[in-house]
Write a protein that binds this ligand. Structure first.
Ligand code: C2E
Ligand code: CA
Ligand code: CA
Ligand code: CA
Length: 280
């Protein structure tokens, strides 16, 4: 038993070391990824759950690494945050989204909104990229109401008053604020009291188990009812089956996002979806 423990200890440190090395490797590669055009954005449609037509999309970052292939955002966003690269990456995402949403609104209608994920670190310092975004909208003539900023509860947990100040500022400018992964944090409801919120995104874990775990169905419904009373719209994330779609539409959920409607796709394909919808 002792030998086994010693062995597993050895294995553990090696695994940790490998992980650290991998992270350092990714970090140095990430530094050049932006300049060398390895990053790109996919857009995942968000549909009006009653009509199934595309009314929004979420911008999701992608990294095509020259030798490792695709690297998931969960693998590198954390590294970017830790080593101070997140602002540069986020600025890049934001600029891309502004360009695209202007184009798509011009061709397909003024209703379209694109949501951008934001990271805690961006709100923490007083003069990071977030503050410049409003100016960027003005400079590039991008309508603020075309943009939704997604924030997570974990961001708000680090919360101080400067964060809510910024959120109010954005909202005043016309940007919508969406609370992402709703229900997974410790005190989702109290955040609704404290922070301005236009949209709630019900976490995919609830939607996922909705048809098996009856409690999760009840929770989904309760979130929708509560949001309605507060005048907040609801997006259900991770809808994969017709059954989930049907139940959520019966509950009065406003919007749906998930593989049932579409996987995240590149800008060109997303535009194709908009064209097809426009022709109907
Ligand atoms: P998220 O914000 O919760 O994004 C939704 C994730 O769910 C995406 O994963 C999406 O591909 C996935 N998804 C959508 N529909 C379904 C479905 O029906 N089933 C399943 N199983 N999954 C679905 P992705 O693209 O891997 O992104 C992971 C996380 O990385 C995001 O979670 C977000 O927190 C972060 N992220 C992505 N892009 C950015 C970015 O530009 N900036 C920042 N700060 N974070 C980002
Ligand atoms: Ca999100
Ligand atoms: Ca989410
Ligand atoms: Ca997330």
């Amino acid at each position: 038993a002792k030998a086994a423990r010693k062995n597993s200890y050895h294995y553990y440190t090696k695994a940790l070391r490998d992980q650290a090395l991998k992270r350092m490797g990714l970090l140095s590669d990430l530094r050049t990824a932006i300049d060398e055009g390895q990053l790109f954005i996919e857009y995942q449609p968000i549909v009006d759950i009653q009509t199934k037509s595309i009314v929004k999309a979420e911008a999701l970052i992608r990294w095509h690494h020259p030798s490792r292939g695709r690297i998931a955002p969960d693998e590198f966003i954390g590294i970017a945050e830790e080593f101070g690269l997140i602002s540069e990456i986020s600025n890049w995402v934001f600029a891309q989204v502004c360009t695209k949403v202007k184009r798509w609104r011009r061709h397909f209608g003024q209703f379209l909104q694109i949501s951008v994920n934001t990271s805690p670190k961006q709100y923490a310092d007083s003069d990071t990229c977030i503050t410049h975004w409003l100016q960027y909208l003005l400079d590039t003539n991008t309508p603020a109401n075309a943009i939704v900023l997604e924030i997570t509860e974990n961001l708000l947990m680090e919360g101080d008053d400067r964060i809510s100040e910024k959120l109010f500022q954005f909202r005043q400018a016309g940007i919508d604020i969406a609370l992402d992964d709703f229900g997974t944090g410790y005190s989702s409801i109290s955040y609704l009291k404290k922070y301005p919120t236009d949209l709630i995104k019900i976490d995919r874990s609830f939607v996922n188990s909705m048809t098996e775990v009856s409690n999760d169905k009840v929770l989904c419904e309760a979130i929708i009812v509560m949001a309605k009373k507060l005048g907040i719209s609801v997006v259900a994330e991770g809808i994969e089956t017709k059954e989930q779609h049907y139940i959520l539409s019966q509950m009065g959920c406003d919007f749906g996002q998930g593989y049932l409607y579409s996987r995240p796709v590149d800008a060109e394909s997303f535009e194709g979806l908009l064209i097809a919808q426009h022709r109907q």
